[in-house]
Design a protein around this ligand. Structure first.
Ligand code: EZ4
Ligand code: CO
Length: 402
């Protein structure tokens, strides 16, 4: 089998997605997600101009060699644009191999280690009462794990809280919006939120919280300690992770489990975090981390240190990445949990898929390959629209981490 052609489908069914389609001379095709939120066209052009011409005529079964060709062969390594482009190719090749061998991708990754993939979803509210209500509603829908975020009194447009009535979607069309941030108000508030949520929901529900890189290490240590009575499943991205050593300080002060890595694009971003056991869950994603091939190696390394996976799964990860993550999560031994922020109805129509949710777990389905397709005619009706993630400023106007 040979790769005959490859193309990009850039569309915006409620939000932007960049999808790679690789077609073989046997008529089998594979899909890969190349969506990098707010920087979509950089990846699309990187693929179109620099990567796709090199793929034509290659054997799509040689996934490892093609990965090395695109990684080492570029000379310039790492970075979100490069690694998302490599990931898209990698996903499409695993999809093709599964279809050619008539088996779901989880079978190519070692087979089922479990029957379903535990997922957590997002609950949020403008205040504590609304947030508690939202957690309870998601638990009633069957979720066994829920992330709770709430508006912080005195801080307009807090992370994770939607503008009235709409589901939360961080990227917005047009230029970047601005949100405000106060560490002091947040740190005083969050323990009260989890006291209320835990009291209302009992001991069994898994509760998670995303700090979204807003704290210094010592502030994160204080928060982790304050949240210990509510035994969170994890505290996410407590501090930016460019300096992996920052997590040592947090670890020395609290037993609240820590998850990080949704912005990582290389195993090396996580190397010290894992080998020093400063984190409990690795949030790298298949799309931004270089594909299934790269993440399998990262997960296997993490397994040696009892670090589990907890992959990013917000709406900017397309249904193709979602499917890849579910196959991966069903197979690897050290799977922990998978984030699930459901896509809109329109997105699901553009990407028909075999995966499903039932009673707290997701299932990749048994279709060959990844089990996701794209309706190109429908996608064409929703052209790309420029969109950005917000930026954040402190109350005095200083730009800070969003
Ligand atoms: O900020 O998906 O855990 N989920 C998150 C998301 C991310 C966006 C970035 O594109 O942190 O809200
Ligand atoms: Co996050």
């Amino acid at each position: 089998m040979k790769i005959e052609s490859a193309k990009l489908i850039v569309c915006s069914p409620d939000r932007n997605f960049v999808t790679l389609k690789i077609v073989t001379d046997e008529g089998i095709y594979g899909l890969g997600d190349a969506t990098l939120n707010g920087r979509e066209l950089a990846v699309a052009w990187y693929l179109t101009e620099h990567v796709l011409p090199c793929l034509i005529g290659r054997d799509p079964f040689q996934i490892e060699d093609i990965w090395q060709y695109l990684y080492r062969g570029a000379y310039w390594r790492r970075g979100p644009v490069t690694m998302s482009a490599i990931a898209a190719v990698d996903m499409a090749l695993w999809d093709i191999k599964g279809k050619a061998l008539n088996t779901p991708v989880y079978n190519l990754l070692g087979g089922k280690s479990r029957e379903g993939v535990l997922v957590y979803t997002h609950a949020n509210g403008a205040d504590i009462a609304e947030a508690v209500d939202s957690v309870q509603r998601h638990a009633a829908e069957g979720y066994l794990a829920v992330r709770a975020q709430s508006g912080v009194p005195g801080v307009a447009s807090s992370y994770g809280v939607p503008k009235s009535g709409k589901p939360y979607e961080p990227a917005e069309r047009g230029l970047p919006s601005e949100s405000l941030w106060s560490t002091e108000k947040y740190l005083n508030f969050v323990p009260k939120l989890f006291d209320a949520v835990r009291n209302a929901c009992g001991e069994d529900l898994h509760l998670l919280h995303d700090v979204h890189h807003r704290l210094t290490p010592i502030e994160a240590a204080r928060l982790g300690k304050a949240l210990e009575p509510y035994h969170l499943f994890w505290m996410e991205d407590p501090t930016p992770a460019e300096n992996q050593d920052a997590f040592r300080l947090i670890r020395e002060h609290t037993v609240t489990p820590i998850a990080t890595g949704e912005v990582f694009n290389s195993f090396w971003d996580a190397h010290d975090l894992i080998r020093n056991q400063w984190i409990d869950y690795l949030r790298m994603t298949i799309v931004h981390g270089g594909g299934i091939t790269a993440l399998k190696k990262a997960a296997d390394f993490a397994a040696v240190y009892q670090v589990r996976t907890g992959f990013h799964g917000a709406t900017d990860l397309s249904p193709v990445t979602m499917a890849a993550a579910l196959h991966f999560g069903l197979a690897v031994h050290n799977f922990g949990i998978q984030e699930h922020m459901p896509h809109t109805k329109l997105t699901d129509e553009v990407f028909p898929h075999a995966y499903s949710f039932n009673a707290g777990y997701m299932y990749p389905g048994d279709a060959p390959g990844l089990g996701v397709d794209i309706d190109e005619a429908l996608a064409a009706k929703y052209p790309y629209q420029r969109a950005y993630l917000p930026i954040a400023r402190k109350l005095d106007g200083t730009l800070t981490d969003w």
